[in-house]
Design a protein around this ligand. Structure first.
Ligand SMILES: Cc1cc2nc3c(=O)[nH]c(=O)nc-3n(C[C@H](O)[C@H](O)[C@H](O)COP(=O)(O)OP(=O)(O)OC[C@H]3O[C@@H](n4cnc5c(N)ncnc54)[C@H](O)[C@@H]3O)c2cc1C
Length: 392
């Protein structure tokens, strides 16, 4: 029977980085994934020469030189810059909020004009709210929900056209029922700059993300279509498993990058997530929307975004592939995408984390194991931190 130093559950980015580092230090790894492919949510699939981001648009961006150099060891990155478009009824705006957005919205040109309009809309709103609440001029207006927070930061026009209905579609409830903390600040740029991210480094791996994970997994044994709970149930002991073809194995330690609540049989109750449903379609046109990402910010359109995958790699194919994204409540069986890190869920996660401390041979990692939204660069950093602790 084969023995592994590590059983890694999840062939996503976290599991792959850990496994790569372990293998390069002479340790043996078996990496399993319940899906029928590697790469987790960064999986890209080549269809008609277009790399489709199957689990949603993924743009690599980081300010950390060490992480940028790390990923560049496994792929060549192009110079894609994320510059989403917002479609509100028949109006089209640039995102993030910058001088292009403001000049389109108010037919103005200078930063001074834009600042003045935003400032006056904010002040008018805050004054009205203070009056409504019987607050004096000296007393501070504290926004009680997301709507109040957003208007007091951005003014009415931007809130109503670009924030309100989009946010309500994303969260499935009115902005007046969402907590203010979701929008801590709004990154306004008073320059003509449509680059969505502020990070120093940005791009898309030429040929897609799956190739990166393939390279990271070199030297490990990898088995897809294997659910940890079936693999372990069939063996019945803690450090022994049996794969679906009957092959038995033992391992010293486990890295689990699936859901921590599921690992513990939902003992304290399930953690909440937001999910996304993708409807992907091939169209017989070479250019559907002229941009990789278009956000639909009005509620009469049921999807939140349309992604046109070819534009991530400046594709020239005669056809195109688009994905409509619909935000939805997560329920068991659906893909858990975004952890809902509110007080209630964070407290529940803490219970699972405390429980996990007593499992000395089990490590948790990744966005599901740590119940935290991680961009790819942060996910890699977290994996390398674990490597530093575990494999020093
Ligand atoms: C819609 C969306 C868009 C995003 N866009 C960006 C972006 O533009 N830029 C960016 O930097 N980041 C983005 N991210 C974040 C990025 O997807 C994550 O950083 C990354 O995928 C995390 O990798 P992971 O290995 O932690 O998790 P995952 O990719 O989820 O990997 C976990 C793996 O574990 C497997 N698994 C779970 N349970 C079991 C089990 N019981 N048995 C076997 N296998 C199991 C799963 O099948 C999965 O493959 C986005 C995320 C989402 C949801």
């Amino acid at each position: 029977m084969k023995h592994y130093d590590y059983l890694v559950v999840g062939a996503g980015l976290f599991g792959a980085v850990f496994s790569h580092e372990a293998v390069s230090r002479g340790r043996s790894c078996l990496v399993i994934d319940k899906r029928d492919h590697i790469a987790g949510n960064i999986f890209t699939k080549n269809v008609d020469g277009i790399n489709v981001h199957v689990y949603g648009a993924h743009i690599f961006h980081t300010s950390d030189k060490r992480i940028w150099e790390y990923v560049n060891r496994f792929a060549e990155f192009n110079n894609y810059v994320n510059s989403p478009i917002a479609a509100y009824h028949d109006e089209t705006y640039n995102l993030p909020f910058n001088m292009n957005t403001f000049s389109r919205m108010w037919n103005i040109r200078t930063p001074e004009e834009a600042e003045k309009i935003i400032e006056s809309q904010r002040n008018e709103y805050i004054a009205g709210m203070k009056k409504e609440r019987g607050l004096s001029d000296d007393e501070e207006f504290v926004p009680a929900n997301l709507e109040e927070q957003a208007i007091s930061l951005a003014g009415r026009d931007i809130y109503e056209k670009l924030i309100k209905e989009y946010t309500e579609k994303q969260w499935g409830r009115p902005c007046t029922e969402l907590p203010a903390f979701i929008i801590k600040r709004l990154p306004f740029r008073f320059i003509y700059d449509n680059n969505y991210f502020n990070d120093r480094y940005q791009g898309i791996p030429v040929g897609g993300y799956t190739g990166i994970v393939e390279k990271l997994l070199e030297g490990a044994d990898v088995r897809t279509g294997e659910n940890y709970f079936d693999v372990m149930n069939s063996a019945g002991t803690c450090h022994e498993g049996v794969l679906s073809d009957g092959e038995r194995f033992t391992f010293s330690k486990l890295l689990f990058t699936g859901q921590i609540d599921e690992f513990y049989g939902y003992k304290f109750g399930p953690l909440q997530y937001r999910s996304v449903r993708f409807e992907t379609e091939k169209l017989d046109t070479d250019n559907f929307q002229g941009n990789a990402v278009v956000n639909y910010t009005s509620k009469d359109v049921p999807w939140t975004r349309i992604i046109e995958h070819k534009h991530f790699e400046f594709g020239k194919q005669p056809v195109t592939i688009i994905s409509r994204e619909y935000s939805s409540e997560w329920e068991p069986g659906a893909e858990p995408y975004y952890p809902v890190n509110d007080e209630k869920n964070n407290a529940l996660y803490e219970k699972y984390r405390n429980l996990s401390e007593s499992d000395k041979d089990v490590m948790f990692g990744g966005r599901l194991g740590l119940y935290k939204y991680y961009d790819m660069d942060k996910d890699i950093m977290a994996a390398l931190d674990l490597v530093a602790k575990e494999l020093a």
